[in-house]
Design a protein around this ligand. Structure first.
Ligand SMILES: Nc1ncnc2c1ncn2[C@@H]1O[C@H](COP(=O)(O)OP(=O)(O)OP(=O)(O)O)[C@@H](O)[C@H]1O
Ligand SMILES: [Mg+2]
Length: 252
């Protein structure tokens, strides 16, 4: 059965500054089913992060709707934003930027469990030990400062932290872009493994078609704020309708 988990409908967003205005999203609509990985691909500036922020409730669209798990997001309501954000987790390009530099890995992982989910310390520590195993990091690393580990290890910690919050949806924005090729491959393999092990639903944003294709079930191609084609990944890559999509495939 296909259950729609995320529904983005007819979203528009224009940024205006003293240099003029940019339409970062125009009529953007797509759906993500429970357990599905939906890829969003496009060149730099095509509007991918704008959509990721709107889906995450950190940026208000000018018009259009975002529904997660049957609940419409009202960005003007703090209560609605909070309820929405409790159901999703974001992972970003630079994992270390999202950690307090003075924190140990242990503290970075305890934070959402104790402060957001209200878990007791013992329970939190057991969950942390388990998640470290899931992301293939030694528990000895828990005592290290988050800024003393490598970017690839920090990205695994960021993924671990996202998993601990038990989200309905994980939004990944260019999470492998700061990593070298072998580390990138190992992070993608980890996510693919986690997807097989547990029902993970993901919105996976990248400018790299090869990266998106490796993980996604379906993919949408963005150009200048619009989705110009979307469909199952094999269909979009094997038989692209748009010339722009063909260019992205050739670049990968
Ligand atoms: N806060 C902002 N103020 C003004 N313009 C913005 C803002 N955020 C994004 N934009 C503009 O909106 C357009 C889409 O930006 P966005 O960051 O969504 O693209 P992207 O596809 O994520 O690009 P990249 O691959 O480089 O991350 C760009 O032209 C960008 O300059
Ligand atoms: Mg971006």
């Amino acid at each position: 059965m296909c259950v729609v988990l995320l529904e983005v409908h007819d979203v528009d967003k224009t940024f205006t500054n003293r240099f003029g205005s940019v339409t970062a999203a125009f009529g953007v609509s797509f759906e993500v089913s429970a357990g599905e990985c939906f890829g969003l691909i496009g060149e730099s500036g095509s509007g991918k992060s704008t959509i990721a922020s709107i889906v995450s409730g950190t940026l208000a669209p000018d018009s259009g709707t975002v529904c997660l798990d049957g609940q419409a997001l009202d960005t003007r309501s703090a209560r609605s934003r909070k309820a929405h954000q409790r159901k999703l987790q974001m992972v970003f390009q630079d994992p270390r930027a999202s950690f307090n530099p003075r924190m140990k890995v242990m503290d970075a992982l305890r934070e959402p469990l104790i402060h957001k989910l209200g878990r007791a310390k013992d329970e939190a520590d057991a969950a942390i030990e388990q998640v470290m195993e899931q992301v293939n990091l030694p528990t000895g690393m828990l005592r290290r400062g988050v800024h003393t580990i490598s970017v690839g290890q920090a990205q695994r910690v960021a993924i671990a932290r996202a998993l601990l919050a038990e989200p309905r949806l994980i939004v990944c924005d260019e999470i492998t872009s700061a990593l070298d090729v072998t580390v990138q491959a190992s992070i993608l393999e980890l996510l693919a493994h986690l997807r097989r092990e547990q029902e993970l639903s993901m919105l996976f944003v990248s400018h790299d078609m090869a990266v998106v294709a490796q993980l996604s079930d379906r993919v949408a191609v963005m150009e200048s704020g619009r989705i110009i084609e979307q469909g199952p990944v094999d269909q979009v890559i094997g038989n692209p309708v748009q010339e722009y999509t063909r260019l992205l495939i050739d670049l990968a």
